[in-house]
Write a protein that binds this ligand. Structure first.
Ligand code: NAP
Ligand code: MG
Length: 503
């Protein structure tokens, strides 16, 4: 029997499927719709309205009014904080439903959709954490540099109207990572989800509405990047663009922002290295984590997946065997089946891209150890690719340089620490990196030497209260922690004369 997700759709419902502008749900003005196709079966799940340029304009105007008239910025800190805490609570109350909606959106297996780092639980915590900032955003008093007849202080003020654009691979986490700090800082928001994962965003928006946010403070416009996204990033009333997605679109956003000198935060892709030394405590566990990161869950469609395995030559053959064994343990299948470990690629275009890279890896002379093909039977209809391991990869090969966004691990041998660092840094990207070793001094030397925004020593995680972002072409700015809230604030310096002659 062919795989089908339609029963889960009927059980879950698919949310409003409309635009949320100025506190109410409405159809798109031009009647354009998007058909959501499920990546595991390529069945039609539902259709929903997409936003035209006029709809985006209405959303931005609503957000502008809501910012300028102070209905959000002037709200007492304790009230704004409570509203965001209520959002966190509502997300937590609907955790299971939201995790399953994420599966209906992008095919992430339910076994993975409920793992903290990509689940509704972290989304709730991101709102809760940022609610905690609302009554702590404060300026400083500054000592006088040359005299004493002035008093100088800084105010921290919201940057204004924020355009937030997110991709499809972690819609729960990324919706929260954008909306929560912006709202906590006092900004108003127009958010565009990816049309490949809008169902989660509709439901989260319903919960924001239910929490009682004033109209216009948060607006949702689903739609394609080329129409809805372009209208948003080029809108003159937007003060800041915050974006997670590909490097190509990140560049386009920087260019679009130049005209109005809009503020920009970018979370882009990666080609993160994982450096393995022979002194690891448990090679089986290390291999499981390394292969699991690029083949379980969304099958390598994660920005911070460590897709380059740099392995010391003394343990290289042993690790290749273990990685191959681990690849064989992945269970591809119905993402709603709790036994499934690995989901499909998001769409047929991504499937072609990934299989194209695998072909290129073969042509450029890498050794295909396992995978490279697609499962058949009931999975043939979906966009599945078997977990793939290439060994003997040269860091100059395409599969070691470009972000594949699929279940493909490139293993590269090295002989010493110096070479490992050189290979790790020989990339345009700088989002994540890790080292696996029992030698703490070596681990810290490498952590300092590798140019990446996040670094793991025998483990890697993402938390709401720690900054996340990229060096080099992996991004601009940070999300999470103090730096994440700073990204939505301006600083105003206020001088007060203490005598009549102070001017
Ligand atoms: P993408 O094509 O860049 O899309 C991201 C978002 O931007 C989508 O909502 C997209 O809409 C929209 N968009 C596309 N063109 C636009 C334009 N001209 N103006 C405004 N918006 C536009 O990326 P993706 O394929 O969805 O996601 C995969 C990429 O995201 C990978 O490169 C991955 O590394 C990166 N990523 C990074 C992080 C991080 O935190 N660093 C996290 C997750 C993913 P459409 O869907 O219509 O294209
Ligand atoms: Mg795209």
């Amino acid at each position: 029997m062919a795989l089908s997700v339609l029963a889960h759709r009927d059980e879950l419902g698919v949310g409003q499927g409309r635009l949320f502008i100025d506190g109410s749900w409405r159809e798109g003005s031009e009647g354009a719709v998007w058909t959501h196709i499920h990546p595991a079966s390529n069945e039609e799940v539902t259709t929903f309205a997409t936003a035209s340029g006029a709809d985006v304009d209405a959303a931005v105007q609503a957000a502008r009014r809501a910012f300028d008239d102070g209905r959000w910025t002037s709200l007492k800190a304790k009230d704004r904080k409570r509203l965001l805490q209520r959002v966190a609570q509502l997300i937590a109350d609907h955790a299971d439903e939201l995790d399953r909606l994420q599966t209906l959106d992008n095919g992430m297996p339910v076994s993975f959709s409920s793992i903290y780092q990509v689940s509704s639980h972290i989304a709730a915590d991101v709102f809760d954490y940022h609610a905690g900032w609302v009554d702590r955003i404060a300026g400083e008093t500054i000592p006088q540099y040359t005299g004493s007849d002035m008093f100088t202080m800084t105010l921290r003020e919201p940057v204004g109207v924020v355009a937030a654009i997110i991709p499809w691979n972690a819609p729960l986490l990324l919706f929260a990572q954008k909306a929560a700090p912006a709202l906590a800082a006092g900004c108003t928001v127009v958010l565009k989800p990816s049309e490949y994962a809008s169902l989660t965003a509709f439901r989260l928006t319903e919960l924001l509405e239910q929490a009682g946010l004033p109209p216009g403070v948060f607006n949702l416009v689903a739609g394609e990047g080329s129409v809805t996204g372009e209208a948003l990033i080029t809108h003159p009333l937007i003060d800041k663009i915050t974006f997670t997605g590909s490097r190509a679109v990140g560049r386009r956003i920087l260019a679009a922002a130049a005209d109005g000198i809009k503020r920009v935060s970018l979370e882009l892709g990666g080609k993160s290295p994982n450096i393995v030394f022979p002194d690891i405590a448990d090679p089986d566990l290390t291999a499981a984590a390394m292969m699991g990161m690029v083949s379980m869950g969304l099958s390598g469609q994660g920005c911070v997946c460590h897709t380059r395995a740099l392995i010391h030559q003394d343990i290289y053959d042993e690790m290749i065997d273990k990685l191959a064994t681990m690849a064989g343990m992945c269970v591809l299948g119905d993402p709603f089946d709790p036994a499934t470990t690995s989901g499909p690629l998001i769409n047929t275009r991504q499937l072609e891209r990934v299989t194209g890279y695998i072909e290129q890896g073969r042509e450029e002379g890498a050794r295909l150890v396992v995978g490279g093909d697609r499962p058949d039977g009931e999975l043939a209809q979906g966009n599945f690719v078997n977990p793939t391991l290439f060994a003997d990869v040269d860091n100059r090969m395409t599969i070691a340089r470009e972000e594949i966004f699929g279940p493909v691990l490139a293993a590269i041998p090295f002989k010493d620490e110096e070479e490992a660092i050189r290979l790790a840094n020989d990339t345009d990207y700088g989002l994540g990196a890790s080292v696996q070793t029992s030698d703490v001094k070596r681990a810290l030397r490498i952590a300092k030497a590798v140019r990446s925004g996040t670094f793991g020593i025998n483990g890697f995680t993402v938390m709401p209260n720690a900054p996340f972002g990229g060096y080099k072409t992996s991004g601009l700015g940070r999300e999470g922690g103090r730096e994440g809230i700073d990204a939505f604030l301006e600083t105003k310096t206020v001088n007060i004369g203490l005598s009549d002659a102070a001017f």
